[in-house]
Design a protein around this ligand. Structure first.
Ligand code: KIV
Ligand code: ZN
Length: 519
């Protein structure tokens, strides 16, 4: 029987450290639910001491997401470990993940501490965490650049102090596969109590080797891999979960090991994470890219039609790609749409379902065929709206080669009277955004703005996604419509609503009077 490789997902922690990938608590809970549905073994939900928002997200994931171990990250400091414990203690299976750098370069320049002190802090931190929970992971940060003798000493000491998992990070993505595999083999042969803990790896992708290094480690005996959906993460990212999982499944003969992941959930989860973070994968990305199963050359198409295995080593349906995902039309009712939404991984309230059904019918009037991606886009738009404070009632734009672009926009905040305003801009989108700024009183900088077709055909839905910065907060916005100006307006409103919600949260945390709901 194949050995089990534990899949530790850190999309919500290291993944969130990707520039521009910040998510709010509701989005993190949504992703954590999708990860649990995919049967990820461990979900690292955040770094609780880092901010009140991180603490809240980890606590909510711990309380609400069942089926997976929920981990919180902590430096080897008492205050971090206690805070992490506070956040994860409501989980079915809580884990505290303690880390401390052990490489000469980090000890000297970052921590300014000698080896003896590092060893003492690692042991004390692990012991404290183990007094609080049964499941403790220790990471010697920058392990791949740590002197092997010292690494063995630290690993042995933290296992003796109660660590149940020792995670070996290639923090800066410096290792090469052969070398990294050899490092795991060294730990297995030289650390006397190594069989008392699971060996884990956490590889960064600076040289494009995160997946290769992680798999070399598995081949050498590591039995936990830390990874993220779509390979998100600090700088060039972490090992991509979908690539690790499909390597193990497709080449089980080679690894003698496999994960317990429901692989059919890989593509839907990848899409969910992309849409919530605003970071999309390239078309030719392995496993989850749009082209991953597309055969262009005639000779390949001919081969696949005759016998799929001529050019396909995995089946598209095994990663959650459906060839024919034509789902619903004008006449589909609540039942069919609700069922399909559930298949796609969404739990909708009755109110949300009613709104989704109305939007599906409106779209069916404009567009002949409705695909899963259309439905997904509508559902996420409805969910985003429900979370928001401002709602687009209507808009109108005058634009042309001899006209100054002018927008008129009507917004409504909760149940208040709708507010109308108008402004000119450098183009129609700029005019809409300037008008929204005037109504909401929230203005900022647009750091990124993209329009793309998300579904097929001339009548495809256009999706606007953007990155917006205001009052020191960086948020993403995304929306889709057959009208790209409407999609642009809605995406901007999603982002503005996030800023409004974060500012309200900050105000409340600073003791603003109750009822002061708006910035
Ligand atoms: O890259 C790294 O070393 C980390 C640790 C906290 C595990 O993210
Ligand atoms: Zn990392």
């Amino acid at each position: 029987m194949a050995d089990k490789v534990i899949i530790f997902d850190t999309t919500l922690r290291d993944g969130e450290q990707s520039p521009g990938a910040s998510m709010n608590t509701a989005e993190k809970v949504e992703i954590a639910r999708a990860l649990a549905a995919m049967k990820v073994d461990v979900i690292e939900a955040g770094f609780p001491i880092a901010s009140p928002g991180d603490f809240e997200a980890v606590s909510r994931v711990a309380a609400e997401v069942k089926g997976a171990t929920i981990a919180g990250l902590a430096r080897a400091l008492e205050k971090d470990i206690l805070r992490a414990h506070e956040a994860v203690k409501g989980a079915e299976r809580p884990r505290i993940h303690v880390f401390l750098a052990t490489s000469k370069i980090h000890m000297e320049h970052k921590l300014k501490k000698a080896k003896e002190e590092i060893l003492r802090l690692a042991v004390e931190g692990t012991r404290l965490a183990r007094n609080l929970v049964d499941d403790v992971e220790f990471s010697p940060e920058d392990a791949s650049r740590t002197e092997p003798d010292f690494l063995c000493e630290v690993v042995e000491a933290v296992i003796a102090a109660g660590a149940t998992t020792v995670n070996i990070p290639d923090t800066v993505g410096y290792a090469e596969p052969e070398q990294f595999g050899a490092l795991i083999a060294t730990l297995r042969s030289r650390v006397p109590n190594i069989d008392k803990a699971v060996i884990s790896v956490h590889c960064h992708n600076d040289l494009g080797l995160a997946v290769a290094n992680s798999l070399a480690a598995v081949k050498a005996g590591a039995r936990q891999v830390e990874c993220t959906i779509n390979g998100l993460g600090e700088r060039a990212g972490n090992a991509a979960l979908e690539e690790i999982v499909m390597n193990l499944k497709t080449r089980r003969d080679f690894f003698g090991a496999d994960s317990g992941i429901v692989t059919q959930r890989l593509v839907p989860t990848s899409k969910l994470v992309a849409s919530l973070t605003g970071i999309f994968v390239q078309r030719n990305k392995a496993i989850v890219g749009l082209n991953a199963f597309a055969h262009e050359a005639g000779i390949h198409q001919h081969g696949v039609l005759a016998e799929r295995s001529t050019y396909e080593i995995m089946r598209p349906e095994d990663v959650g790609l459906q060839k024919s995902d034509l789902v619903i039309g004008k006449h589909s009712g609540h039942h069919a749409i609700g069922d399909r939404a559930r298949d796609l991984g969404y739990e909708l309230s009755d109110e949300q379902l009613t709104q989704v059904v109305a939007e599906v019918k409106a779209l069916a009037d404009k567009k002949k065929q409705i695909f899963d991606d259309d439905l997904r886009t509508i559902i996420e738009g409805v969910a985003a709206e429900a979370k928001g404070l401002f709602r687009l009632v209507r808009f109108q734009v005058a634009s042309g080669s001899t006209t100054i672009p002018t927008a008129t926009v009507v917004l409504q905040r909760d149940d208040e009277e709708p507010v109308q305003d108008a402004a000119t801009g450098d183009g129609p989108v700029d005019a809409i955004y300037k008008t929204i700024d005037r109504i909401t009183g929230i203005s900022g900088r647009l750091l990124d703005y993209q329009i793309r077709a998300v579904t097929s055909g001339k009548d495809a839905l256009g999706e606007a996604s953007l990155l917006f910065e205001s009052s020191g907060l960086r948020v993403s916005g995304r929306a889709a419509s057959t009208d790209i100006l409407e999609a642009s307006a809605q995406a901007y409103i999603v982002a503005v609503n996030k800023v409004a919600a974060l500012l309200n949260h900050k105000k409340r945390a600073n003791g603003a009077p109750a009822g002061d709901e708006h910035p």
